[in-house]
Design a protein around this ligand. Structure first.
Ligand SMILES: Cc1ncc(COP(=O)(O)O)c(C=O)c1O
Length: 414
């Protein structure tokens, strides 16, 4: 018997990428598809040592419910940390506007839930983080994509898209502009400082529209050199239009499922109410552990270790590509994050295509680029995302050799 599902229930469709992740987990493949962090680098010993001390120091508190907004001392630390990165003052971010979430994914979901009705418009860059595209599809959003280049989203084309939306009388349907500003998933590029400012200026010049700009900064702390840029949030007059989203998943541990947001003042209450509907606050224990990890100065030590690990693994991937594939795969060497975004020219990388099948035969997985576009009909078909997160250097090299064989075999069968 089929249940009589809600519209949202009907729109919740399986994402093709789940298939890839399941295949990767089977152990039969070298997976360059999974966007996971490197398990070997997770701070298991430090966390183990910290937990017993934590319970002695803080007693029962970490085991109790927390509050919807999350642990105040962790929210304070997050605020000081980001203020330091942005060279602003922590006092510029009222603590009430800092809310912790179950991964930044939950905050993306909640913001979408309170902003978007079916048929509303959300602007994303092309390509974009595909899990959020799934969230938008379930919400029934109409996705409008803006091409990006090596400096991130083309803000000149954003202005054109806004003009079209306005001319079509749809200004009030535009609800969210979603941008990943640091080492984007999947393209690896960061939005340039000029474009961070230009994007906000462009939005401000369309007075008929008041969409929420979501700045997803998930990979901010994963720059290989540690060099940073001020957030787009810091250029937004008091954070009135931008929600800044960060996460402890990539720089610390995804198992803790802890993310954070700086919210525009007039969204805080709604977010907390909906968050209360979800879970009365994210796992309090996890927040205490992260809080203590930061307090003891372990976080920054950990960060310098993982930056070096990812720098080395990215290099291993890029060198293997240059050695094994020569000109057949073009890409830009990323300066941070977890991904190499490649282009195979004439080869169709879609899951239904011959190349994907050859890769399965060779035992290697990647993410077909088409899954990263909110308007797949007009997307290029030759892109692919290769992750250097979970695999070790030897597996990365082996994976690239297998991809290269698949390229040659497709080439020779054409
Ligand atoms: C761009 C981006 N944003 C957000 C997330 C969500 O991460 P989490 O929910 O673990 O914080 C991810 C995860 O891969 C991501 O790549």
């Amino acid at each position: 018997m089929d249940f009589n599902l809600s519209g949202k229930g009907r729109r919740a469709l399986p994402q093709p990428v789940t298939y890839l992740m399941n295949k990767g987990a089977s152990g039969d493949f070298v997976s360059l598809a999974a966007g996971l962090v490197d398990s070997e680098t997770l701070p298991a010993e430090e966390v183990r040592d910290l937990i017993s001390g934590l319970l002695s120091e803080r007693g029962h508190e970490p085991l109790q419910y927390g509050i919807n907004a999350g642990l105040a001392s962790l929210r304070e630390k997050v605020r000081s940390r980001v203020a330091g990165q942005d060279s602003t003052s922590a006092a510029d971010i009222p603590l009430e506007r800092v809310v912790l979430s179950t991964g930044s994914q939950q905050m993306l979901y909640i913001l979408t839930e309170i902003m978007v009705d079916p048929g509303d418009i959300v602007i994303t860059s092309a390509p974009s983080y595909f899990v959020y595209l799934g969230t938008l599809q379930t919400a029934g959003a109409r996705i409008v994509t803006i091409p990006s280049d090596r400096d991130g989203m083309r803000v000149d084309l954003l202005a054109e898209a806004l003009e079209k939306i306005e001319a079509a009388g749809q200004a009030d349907r535009l609800k969210i502009v979603y941008v990943t500003t640091y080492f984007q998933n999947p393209s690896g590029v960061s939005l340039s400082i000029e474009r961070r400012k230009a994007l906000l200026d462009t939005m401000a010049s369309f007075t008929s529209m008041r969409p929420l700009v979501i700045e997803d900064a998930a990979y901010r702390e994963l720059g290989f050199s540690g060099a940073d840029k001020p957030s787009m949030w810091s250029f937004d007059d008091g954070g009135r239009n931008v929600a800044y989203l960060g996460t402890f998943s990539k720089p610390f541990s995804p198992g803790f499922r802890t993310g954070f947001a700086f919210l525009p003042e007039n969204l805080v209450e709604k977010v907390e109410i909906v968050k209360g509907n979800h879970d009365f606050g994210s796992a309090n224990f996890n927040q205490h552990v992260i809080d203590a990890f930061l307090e003891r100065g372990l976080y920054d030590k950990h960060l310098s270790k993982i930056r070096e690990t990812y720098r080395a693994k990215c290099l291993a991937m890029c060198e293997a590509i240059d050695r094994e594939m020569g000109e057949s795969l073009s890409y830009m060497r990323p300066e941070g994050g977890l991904y190499v975004w490649g282009d195979l020219g004439e080869i169709d990388t879609d899951m239904q295509g011959v190349f994907f099948e050859r890769c399965l035969e060779e035992g290697v997985l990647y993410v077909p680029g088409i899954l990263c576009y909110g308007e797949p009909e007009s997307a290029p078909r030759s892109k692919l995302r290769l992750s250097f997160g979970p695999a070790c250097a030897e597996e990365i090299t082996e994976g690239i050799k297998r991809l290269s064989k698949a390229i040659s075999s497709v080439g020779s069968s054409r």
